[in-house]
Design a protein around this ligand. Structure first.
Ligand SMILES: Nc1ncnc2c1ncn2[C@@H]1O[C@H](COP(=O)(O)OP(=O)(O)OP(=O)(O)O)[C@@H](O)[C@H]1O
Length: 824
C-alpha cells in the first residue's frame, strides 16, 4: 500500500503544477482583457492623467518606469502616450528636452505586451534614429524602462560584420537602429522577418524624412507591413503631406503641445548672440572658453575639419578645461568613448559637428556655443536644445559675422526664438592668432588641418542657399585664413575666370604680397639690412606644397588621426597640386593625355590654386589624386608585358614552375608510353600515401573532439547540479564558445525565472498539447519526463542566449558591442 501512495505522489504533484499554470494563464488573460478595456475607455481629453500610475499600463512597464524614477508625465507624454496606447498613428512635435523618448517607448512596450509578444514572434518594433549616438541613448532608455519586460532588444548601428549581426537579429523583438544599417539587413539578412511588425518609430522624424535619408527610408518602408502603427517624433516636426504618404500613415493624429507657446525653445534657456567678425572667431572662442572654465559646454562648428582644427590648435594653448572633440569621421569606439566621457564630466568643452545636435541628452550642459552659424533654424533649435533640458536651466551663445546678423535675426524672429545681443568684454578677449601661426609653422599636420578647415568652411557657406546670411562676398576670407595661422587665403577657382586663372597659375611667386616680394632678391633670399620674421620666411618659402612627403604618407589613412581623402571636397573646392616631374613619376605622364587635370598650365574646373603661398609653381591639391594614381597604375600594367610565374625552391631560388625536357634526354629515358605509365603509377602511389595520412589526421581530430565534448558534458552536468548557469552557445559560435555578439542582447526577463518563465513564454498551442497528454500511465510518464528534461535542457540553452547575455554597461562593453555591431 505505501508504495502505491508514494508512486502516485509525483503524478499528483505534476497535476497540481499544471493546474496552477493553467490558472495563472487564465488570470493573465483576464488581466490583459481588463487592460485592453481600460485603454479603450481612456479619455484622451482627461486632465486626470498626471502620473504614470494613472495610465493603463502593464505591470512590467509600470514597474520599469517606477524603478527608473519616472513619476509625472511631461506635456508631450500626456498628449502622446494615451494616443499611442490606443494604437493611433502619431506625428508629434514638442520642444527639445521635453521627454519625447518616453512618449514613444511606452507605447512600443505596451503594444507588444497587449499583442502577447514572445521571443518566438520575431521583430515587433523598429525604432529608427538618425545618428548612432542617439540610437545608443534610446537603447539605454529602453533598457531602463523595459527592465521588467520580457522582450529581447538589439542595437543595430553598423560598424562591423553584417553576418555576425545577422545571426542574432532574428531573435530580437525590438530593434533600435540607424536607417542605413537596418536597410542593409532587411535587404540581405534572410532571418530578419518584418511581416509581423507591430510598430515603427521614427525619432527626429523630420531629419530621417529629409533629403539625406530619403532613398533609404523609402526602401526601408517597402519591407514593412502596412498594418503597423507608426509614430513620428521631433522637436521640429514637418507636416508635409508627401512624408505622410511615403509612410502610409493612417489618419495620423498631430500632437503639438508647444505650438501656442511664446518661444520655440525651452523657457529655461537664455539665448544670446555676439557679433564677431570671422577673423576674430578663434580669439573670441578662446576668450569665452577661458572665461568659463568651471562649466560644461558644447561648441558647434560646421564641419569635422573645423572641429579638428579648433580642437588641435586650442588644446595646445591649454585653456584650463578639458577639451574633447566629436565628429562623424572618428572611429565608432572613439565616438562612444567621447560621448560617455563628456556625459560623465563636470567641466568640459566638447567641440562637435551637428552629429550631436539632435536628441542627445548630455546631463547638466551649461553652455551651447555656436561658433559657425547653423545651416538653418531647425539646426539652431536642436543645437541649443542640448542645454536647458527637462526642467534644467541653460545658456546658448551664437557667434555671428556682421554680414550674418540681419538675416539670422530675421529667421530667429520668424520662428519665435527670443535672443539678445551681448558684447564681448574687451578685457576678456584673447589674441591667439600669433600662437596659432607659430604652431602652424612648426607643425605641418596642423597647417594641413588649417587649410582643410578653411576649405570646408568656405564650402559650407557657399553651399548654403540662404544668401541673406551665407554670403562669401561679404566675408573677410583672407583675414579668416590668417586667423587660422595660414600665410594667405587660398583663392577659389570658381570665382576666377579666364585670364585671372592663368595669371594666378603663372605668377605663383608674384602672388605673394608685393611687400614680401620686394624683400627678396632674385634668388628669393633676404635683401641686405631687411629683418625677416619666421612668418615672412614661411610665406616666402618655395615649397609651400600642402602635399608634403609627410602628408603623402598620411593620404589614404582614415579615421581619427589620418588626414586622408575627403569625400566631401570633390566639388568646386577640390584643389589640386601640379605634380612635380618626379612626383608619382609615370603616373602623371600616363594620365596627361586623358586627364588634363595633371597639366600644370590649365587647371580644370573644380581646381583650386593656392595663392599667396610662394613657390615656383602654383600649388594645387587634388583630393582625387589617389584614385587617379591607382587608375594610372592600372594603365601602367599594360606596358609591363605578361607576368612571369615563378616558384621558389628550398634555397629561395626562383624557377619557372614547368621546365620542358630536352628532346634527346626524353628519348634516352625510354618509350613515351612506358614513361607515361611510370609517371601515373608513381603519382598514384604518392596520392595513396597522402590519403592515408589525411585519414589518420581526420581520425585523430574526431577523437579529440569527442573527448572534448564528453568533458564538456560532464562539466555541464556538474554545473547544472550546482545550480550554475550553463555556458551559452548560439549557432555560429566558434569552438571555444565565445559569443561574438553577446552584447546584442535582451531586456532581461525579470519577475519570472527559470522554467516558469519559459513555460509562460512558450507558444500557448504547445502548452495546450502538453496539458492534454498529462493523464498518461506511470511508465509513459517517466519516459516523457526524461524526454521533456532533454527538451528543457535544449530550450534552456537556446533561451539563455536571450536571458544570460549582459547588456553593455561600461565602455569596454560598448567596445565589445562595437566589435560586433557597428557603422552605416
Ligand atoms: N516624465 C519625466 N519625468 C522626469 N524626467 C523626464 C521625464 N521624461 C523625460 N525626462 C527626462 O528629460 C530629459 C529629456 O528627455 P528626452 O531626451 O526624451 O527629450 P526629447 O524631447 O527627446 O529631447 P530632444 O528633442 O532633444 O530629442 C531626459 O533626461 C529624461 O530622462
Amino acid at each position: 500500500m505505501p508504495s502505491r501512495t508514494s508512486a502516485k505522489a509525483p503524478q499528483r504533484q505534476h497535476q497540481n503544477k499544471t493546474e496552477t499554470k493553467s490558472l495563472k494563464r487564465k488570470r493573465d488573460q483576464e488581466d490583459l482583457q481588463k487592460l485592453q478595456d481600460a485603454v479603450d475607455k481612456l479619455d484622451l481629453k482627461s486632465d486626470e492623467i498626471v502620473k504614470f500610475s494613472d495610465l493603463p499600463l502593464s505591470n512590467a512597464t509600470a514597474s520599469g518606469l517606477e524603478a527608473s524614477h519616472f513619476q509625472n508625465l511631461t506635456d508631450i507624454q500626456k498628449a502622446a502616450v494615451p494616443l499611442g496606447l490606443k494604437g493611433k498613428d502619431i506625428l508629434a512635435a514638442a520642444k527639445t528636452g521635453s521627454g519625447k523618448t518616453l512618449a514613444f517607448l511606452i507605447p512600443v512596450l505596451e503594444r507588444l505586451h497587449r499583442a502577447q509578444w514572445s521571443e518566438y514572434d520575431g521583430l515587433g518594433a523598429l525604432i529608427i534614429s538618425p545618428t548612432r549616438e542617439l540610437a545608443v541613448q534610446t537603447f539605454e532608455v529602453l533598457r531602463k524602462i523595459g527592465r521588467r519586460s520580457p522582450y529581447s532588444a538589439g542595437l543595430v548601428i553598423g560598424g562591423k560584420s553584417l553576418q555576425d549581426e545577422a545571426q542574432r537579429l532574428h531573435r530580437m523583438n525590438i530593434l533600435v537602429c540607424t536607417p542605413g544599417r537596418i536597410l542593409q539587413h532587411l535587404d540581405q539578412t534572410s532571418g530578419l522577418q518584418t511581416d509581423n511588425l507591430q510598430i515603427l518609430v521614427l525619432d527626429e522624424a523630420d531629419r530621417i524624412m529629409d533629403m539625406g535619408f530619403q532613398q533609404t527610408v523609402d526602401a526601408l518602408v517597402q519591407h514593412l507591413p502596412k498594418t503597423r502603427q507608426t509614430l513620428l517624433f521631433s522637436a521640429t516636426q514637418s507636416k508635409r503631406i508627401s512624408d505622410l504618404a511615403r509612410l502610409s500613415l493612417k489618419d495620423p493624429e498631430y500632437v503639438s503641445v508647444h505650438e501656442a507657446a511664446v518661444a520655440a525653445t525651452p523657457t529655461t534657456l537664455t539665448q544670446s548672440y555676439v557679433v564677431t567678425p570671422l577673423p576674430d572667431k578663434m580669439n573670441t572662442l578662446f576668450g569665452f572658453i577661458k572665461a568659463n572654465k568651471k562649466c560644461k559646454m558644447i561648441v558647434f562648428l560646421s564641419s569635422g575639419k573645423q572641429v579638428r582644427f579648433a580642437y588641435e590648435s586650442l588644446r595646445h594653448l591649454q585653456p584650463g578645461i578639458s577639451l574633447l572633440h566629436l565628429h562623424g569621421r572618428q572611429k565608432q569606439v572613439a565616438r562612444l568613448e567621447i560621448t560617455s566621457r563628456f556625459s560623465a564630466s563636470k567641466y568640459a568643452c566638447l567641440f562637435a559637428t551637428d552629429i550631436v545636435a539632435r536628441g542627445l541628452d548630455f546631463p547638466a550642459v551649461d553652455f551651447v556655443v555656436q561658433v559657425d552659424c547653423p545651416e538653418d533654424l531647425d539646426t539652431y533649435i536642436h543645437r541649443v536644445g542640448r542645454t536647458a533640458r527637462y526642467e534644467a536651466k541653460g545658456n546658448a551663445v551664437l557667434f555671428l559675422d556682421p554680414s550674418e546678423e540681419a538675416g539670422m535675426l530675421k529667421l530667429l524672429e520668424q520662428r519665435k526664438v527670443p535672443i539678445r545681443k551681448v558684447n564681448v568684454k574687451e578685457g576678456k578677449k584673447q589674441d591667439v592668432q600669433n600662437s596659432i601661426q607659430s604652431m602652424i609653422f612648426s607643425n605641418r599636420d596642423l597647417k594641413y588641418l588649417a587649410q582643410k578647415a578653411f576649405i570646408s568652411y568656405v564650402k559650407s557657406v557657399n553651399y548654403n542657399k540662404n544668401k541673406e546670411i551665407f554670403n562669401l562676398d561679404k566675408l573677410d576670407l583672407d583675414g579668416y585664413a590668417t586667423s587660422l595661422g595660414l600665410p594667405g587665403a587660398p583663392q577659389i577657382k570658381r570665382f576666377q575666370n579666364g585670364e585671372d586663372v592663368k595669371k594666378l597659375k603663372n605668377a605663383s611667386r608674384a602672388m605673394l604680397s608685393s611687400d614680401s616680394e620686394s624683400d627678396l632678391d632674385d634668388d628669393g633670399k633676404k635683401k641686405k639690412g631687411e629683418v625677416r620674421t619666421k612668418f615672412d620666411k614661411l610665406v616666402s618659402r618655395k615649397n609651400q606644397d600642402v602635399l608634403t612627403d609627410h602628408y603623402a604618407k598620411l593620404v589614404g589613412e582614415d579615421g581619427e588621426n589620418g588626414v586622408g581623402d575627403d569625400d566631401e571636397e570633390d566639388d568646386f573646392l577640390a584643389v589640386k597640386r601640379v605634380l612635380k616631374d618626379d612626383d608619382f613619376d609615370q603616373a602623371a605622364s600616363s594620365d596627361s593625355d586623358s586627364d588634363s587635370d595633371a597639366d600644370s598650365t590649365s587647371p580644370p574646373i573644380g581646381t583650386k590654386v593656392l595663392t599667396g603661398l610662394g613657390g615656383d609653381a602654383p600649388l594645387v591639391v587634388d583630393s582625387k589624386r589617389r584614385e587617379k594614381l591607382l587608375q594610372s597604375k592600372k594603365k601602367l600594367l599594360r606596358f609591363k608585358g605578361r607576368p612571369d610565374k615563378v616558384v621558389f625552391d628550398d634555397d629561395g631560388t626562383a624557377h619557372h614552375p614547368y621546365r620542358i625536357k630536352d628532346e634527346a634526354d626524353f628519348q634516352r629515358d625510354g618509350d613515351a608510353e612506358d614513361q607515361r605509365r611510370r609517371f601515373v603509377e608513381g603519382e598514384a602511389a604518392r596520392v595513396k600515401e597522402a590519403d592515408a595520412d589525411d585519414k589518420q589526421v581526420a581520425r585523430e581530430r574526431r577523437r579529440e573532439k569527442k573527448l572534448k565534448r564528453k568533458a564538456r558534458e560532464a562539466e555541464e552536468a556538474k554545473g547544472g547540479a550546482d545550480g550554475m548557469p550553463m555556458p551559452t552557445l548560439v549557432a555560429g559560435d566558434d569552438e571555444d564558445g565565445e559569443d561574438p555578439l553577446a552584447f546584442l542582447a535582451s531586456l532581461p526577463t525579470v519577475g519570472r525565472s527559470g522554467s516558469e518563465a519559459e513555460e509562460e513564454d512558450r507558444p500557448r498551442k504547445k502548452a495546450k498539447k502538453r496539458v492534454e497528454r498529462d493523464d498518461g500511465s506511470e511508465e509513459e510518464d517517466d519516459d516523457r519526463k526524461q524526454k521533456s528534461k532533454k527538451k528543457d535542457k535544449k530550450k534552456s540553452k537556446s533561451k539563455k542566449v536571450i536571458e544570460v547575455t549582459e547588456q553593455p554597461d561600461t565602455l569596454e562593453d560598448y567596445e565589445t558591442l562595437a566589435a560586433g555591431l557597428l557603422d552605416d
